[in-house]
Design a protein around this ligand. Structure first.
Ligand code: NDP
Length: 328
């Protein structure tokens, strides 16, 4: 069956994008074939599409690290035609054909069945960014961070991870402080549930080993000096979930907050997170993410828009989440 896809071809360090018509025989191996309804664009997809980081690891690839759709055929015991499913990570969109196509064939072990109240469009709106936000919140809960302990900081607030984190944390009763470089998004961020806006420039430069104790917990999508400063400002016994690198991969931090305040740095990986953790995160998203707020942070684009969106997301110009309607 013919279907439309965005395809990247890599030669040495150069890569090109084309829109192509493919057949099922062009798909890679897998035991479940999915009619894709929606994909999305995450920061990592921006890196992959522009080639600005070596995300794509094969010469010819359909990118897209996420998709949501309907199972069409399956030889996997866990899935049957008609099941609504979501895929996040597992090297899809990196080494295995991904979501920027109307069809996908993958290992059933990589798929999660959608909780009943989450449509394929909402699943794509959540995407890897939102599922990572939930993993980050689960990480804080695991460390005993509760709403009564004090303020929670979310960095990269107006981005995808940040927007979902704010909405979920606010619904759970936390007082959320949103760190952003876009003061113009104050209304948007408060609409998602942020109590206050914090200027990200206060966190982006070299800081002191120990700062004033401000945060009971934090979700950090930014890394580098920002994460170092967040660690230095955690309250005694606080925790920060580190999930991103929007400022940089480095971590110029001190051990002082760890050995003097007993703080915890929680590492968050979405790509190879085990199945049980994924299902737990998706079930919590189903109960703890207000779908009206998800709609408020989501815009819809087409496959053709991806080359422009890729540059925009790396430039920090994308607000919230973008769903890609692959059939539009
Ligand atoms: P977005 O681009 O949507 O959001 C990133 C946000 O970070 C921007 O909106 C901006 O927020 C802020 N930001 C951008 N550049 C800088 C900078 N130089 N200094 C400080 N802040 C900056 O990306 P996503 O939300 O999709 O992803 C966020 C991060 O999380 C990325 O680094 C991504 O790679 C990572 N990630 C990691 C995953 C994992 O498995 N660990 C999974 C998913 C994402 P504002 O304008 O509000 O300041």
């Amino acid at each position: 069956m013919a279907f439309r896809a965005l395809r990247v071809t890599r030669q040495e360090k150069n890569q090109s994008i084309e829109f192509v018509s493919l057949e099922d025989t062009d798909l890679m191996e897998g035991d479940v074939t999915v009619a894709v309804d929606y994909s999305t664009i995450n920061y990592k997809d921006g890196l992959a599409l522009t080639g600005s980081a070596p995300i794509i690891r094969v010469p010819v690839l359909i990118p897209g690290i996420d998709f949501a759709g309907t199972v069409e055929s399956s030889s996997h015991a866990g899935f049957e035609p008609g099941d609504k499913v979501v895929l996040n990570g597992w090297g899809v969109g990196e080494a295995h054909h991904g979501g920027y196509a109307q069809r996908a064939r993958v290992k059933g072990d990589w798929l999660v069945k959608l909780p009943g109240n989450i449509s394929t469009k909402h699943a794509a709106a959540i995407g890897t960014a939102g599922y990572t936000a939930m993993l980050s919140i689960l990480g804080l809960e695991h460390e005993g961070v509760t709403p009564d302990k004090g303020d929670i900081l979310v960095t990269g607030a107006a981005g995808g991870v940040g927007s979902v984190a704010i909405a979920v944390l606010a619904k759970l009763g936390y007082r959320v402080i949103a760190s952003t470089g876009r003061p113009s998004e104050e209304g948007y961020l408060k609409g998602l549930g942020a109590a206050e806006i914090f200027d990200r420039n206060e966190l982006s430069g070299p800081g002191r080993p120990l700062g004033k104790e401000r945060w009971a917990g934090a979700v950090d999508a930014v890394g580098s000096h920002t994460l170092a400063n967040v660690i230095s400002q955690l309250k005694y016994g606080g925790a920060v979930s580190a999930c991103g690198l929007a400022q940089g991969l480095d971590l110029p931090a001190s051990v002082a907050p760890f050995i003097l305040r007993g703080v915890t740095l929680v590492g968050i990986d979405s790509v190879n997170a085990p199945y049980a953790k994924r299902v737990a995160a998706w079930n919590r998203l189903a109960s703890d993410l207000d779908l009206a707020k998800l709609d408020a942070m989501t815009s819809v684009s087409k496959l053709d828009d991806l080359p422009v969106l890729a540059g925009d997301i790396l430039a920090g110009k994308v607000r919230g989440r973008v769903v890609i309607d692959v059939n539009a």
